[in-house]
Design a protein around this ligand. Structure first.
Ligand code: TXA
Ligand code: MG
Length: 320
């Protein structure tokens, strides 16, 4: 457990005991906090879905300590997996592969595939190594709301219902890139901070264009308003006329907007991604009527950011 202090060591051991006893536990990963449970314990699996309020048809990701461990969870493993593993794992990349026979249907939404991820965060690594098995870990938020990037955000979601291991702020800040390796051509199902371009460079192959329509049942992020705060969100060229609103800005606060909740985000993609969800949560907690997001730059590094803010700004289910 190198790099982890005493208090965290105690919390990690408690988390592992809870997992072994079939309980749920929230822990940090480098992307967002996860709500963990033993991937082979039906009662623990049920508890995760119940606490999140997530439909049982929506599959979850199995988290493993090392890339080699996927041999026990996938029925077949293409060469492309090992190339990606060498380049990116442990790290913020999830792969979808044909599931091994023993993988419970209750975590795959009844599908014949399973999503597998090897997180890099030292606390996630310690928990997974100590536990020694697969841990399902959907983002530690109630269904439909913003993924948490701090322990405090998890506590706000679940109160005392869930034990949280505090690992500070998640440094990537957006959920992992999901790539489906079950077809002829790899396909990105959810963009993340490992970009499609970076994946193509490693695989030396094109990837299939994302097709949100056809992946809708498999990827609940495709429910358009999935990553949404409670207040209405708009993306704007520049935040003018926003006195009653909260702003996620790129510019420093103009004098005429004194008194407006004005949060300046970093202008580099990595910094912006890391800060985004916490800024959305802060904006949502203000008394403002609406949230305005100043349009970030366009480019490969910004694709996942645009994906998440577009979803945050998408019409709510009840509005469609
Ligand atoms: O960064 C992350 O991936 C975080 C951290 C905690 O690891 N976890 C996360 O889990 O975002 P969750 O459950 O919030 O999102 C999992 C996504 C969903 O969109 C789900 O549909 C997709 O993975 N998924 C899971 N199994 C799948 C499968 N067999 N085929 C296609 N998509 C799958
Ligand atoms: Mg989620």
């Amino acid at each position: 457990m190198k790099g982890v202090d005493e208090k965290r060591r105690t919390d990690i051991m408690r988390a592992v005991e809870l997992l072994r006893a079939g309980n749920i536990v929230a822990f940090p990963t480098e992307t967002v906090y996860g709500l963990g449970a033993d991937a082979l314990n039906e009662q623990a699996i049920r508890a995760v879905y119940r606490v999140k309020g997530r439909p049982r048809s929506h599959p979850v990701i199995v988290h493993l300590a090392q890339a080699d461990d996927i041999r026990a969870w996938a029925r077949t493993i293409p060469d492309s997996f090992w190339l990606l593993a060498e380049a990116f794992l442990p790290g913020p990349l999830t792969v979808v592969l044909p599931k091994a026979n023993h993988v419970p249907n209750s975590i795959t939404g009844g599908q014949d595939t399973v999503a597998l991820r090897v997180p890099a965060h030292p606390i996630a690594q310690s928990i997974l190594r100590e536990f020694g098995g697969g841990v399902i870990a959907p983002s530690a938020n109630r269904y439909g709301s913003i993924s948490p990037t701090t322990a405090e955000a998890v506590q706000k979601e679940f109160g005392d219902e869930v034990f949280v291991v505090d690992g500070g702020q998640s440094h990537v800040g957006l959920e992992s890139t999901i790539i489906d390796l079950t077809g002829e051509v790899p396909r990105v199902l959810r963009p993340g901070m490992i970009s499609e371009q970076a994946i193509q460079a490693v695989l030396r192959t094109a990837t299939l264009a994302q097709n949100h329509e056809s992946t809708a049942p498999a990827v609940p992020g495709d429910k358009r308003s999935h990553y949404a705060p409670g207040k209405p969100v708009s993306i704007v060229a520049d935040a003018a006329g926003t006195r009653e609103s909260a702003v996620l800005a790129l510019r420093t606060q103009p004098a005429e907007f004194q008194g407006v909740h004005w949060d300046v985000l970093p202008i580099d993609a990595a910094g912006y991604a890391q800060a985004l969800y916490a800024a959305l949560r802060r904006a949502d907690e203000t008394g403002a009527d609406a949230i305005y997001i100043e349009q970030p730059p366009i480019g490969p590094d910004w694709t996942a950011i645009h994906d998440r803010i577009t979803r945050a700004a998408a019409p709510r289910e009840e509005d469609i």
